[in-house]
Design a protein around this ligand. Structure first.
Ligand code: SAM
Length: 274
């Protein structure tokens, strides 16, 4: 990956990068190699790459021994990828929208890793979608806005801790691998990015009814300034019942959602009445 080669390829194919599709391409080979390293590829690992662009990271993954399925939405890039990935036998490019395609059908492996450098506005829905659907994913290595990475790994009692932290940590063990400056991309994005590795847990850290658990979590963070006894009312449970629930769970209703650990949210979810 480097800037001149990338610009040359885009020029040759007459492609102007699309802002709408979040096209910021990596031009720093060290970053590419560090992402490959973060994915900890062993020979034959199945990898789903989302948004390969012109195939920079795709090549790195394939050279590390991965069998890559790369899903790209932009038809113009499909043509580019046919050229830049020519000669690689362990890469399959799929033209489609990751939010619409049948992933199970496209990735014909019992378990796989996900590697993605995606437009930032769809990264979180995609990560959460894969986790909530309990897809057979071992690890997700993704480029996200630095600030989003910090929210994913945040611990209770900090300003970054919120429903995203709880959700990501319920399904995975997230770890910020490294920070990536805007200069690693063309065009450079406005913010710092970070590569986060989420190792999917074999089993969640708490035993809950997921539907109830996440309803409680969402309500608890809906109004950050309010106490639990207030903000949990948005679930429609009457104040009197809430009082009983919180008492049974052993949680002080005067606390705010942002101070609760996963275990404490689970304690509430497990005595929930609705
Ligand atoms: N991976 C390349 C790199 O690192 O240079 C490209 C990264 S660029 C930030 C994001 C890529 O995702 C673009 O190629 C864009 O066309 C593609 N993309 C955007 N939305 C997509 C979607 N819904 N499904 C699949 N690919 C998508």
């Amino acid at each position: 990956a480097n800037k001149d080669v990338t610009l040359h390829i885009l020029k040759r194919f007459g492609i102007r990068m699309s802002k709408k599709l979040g096209q910021n391409f990596l031009i720093d080979e060290r970053v590419v190699q560090n992402i490959v390293k973060a994915a900890d590829i062993t020979q034959g690992d199945a990898v789903l790459e989302i948004g390969p662009g012109i195939g920079t990271l795709t090549q790195g993954l394939a050279e590390a021994g991965a069998a890559v399925t790369a899903v790209e939405i932009d038809r113009r890039l499909i043509e580019v990828l046919a050229k830049t990935l020519e000669g690689y036998e362990n890469i399959r490019v799929v033209h489609g929208d990751i939010l619409r395609i049948n992933i199970e059908k496209e990735v014909a492996a019992p378990r796989y890793k996900v590697v993605a450098n995606l437009p930032y506005y769809i990264t979180t829905p995609i990560i959460m979608g894969l986790l909530e659907a309990h897809m057979p994913v071992d690890t997700l290595v993704t480029m996200v806005q630095k600030e989003v990475a910090q929210r994913m790994v945040a611990v209770p009692g900090t300003k970054d801790y919120g429903s995203l932290s709880v959700a990501v940590q319920y399904y995975t063990q997230p770890e910020i691998m490294f920070v990536v400056p805007p200069a690693a991309f063309i065009p450079p994005p406005a913010v710092d990015s970070a590569v986060i590795r989420c190792t999917v847990r074999e089993k969640p850290p708490v035993e809950v009814d997921e539907r109830i658990f996440f309803r409680v979590v969402k309500a608890a963070f809906a109004q950050r300034r309010k106490t639990l006894s207030n903000t949990l009312k948005t679930t429609g449970v009457p104040a009197e019942t809430l009082k009983i629930i919180l008492e049974k769970a052993g949680i002080d209703g005067g606390r705010r959602g942002e101070t609760l650990s996963l275990e404490e949210f689970a304690a509430i979810a497990n005595v929930w009445i609705q």
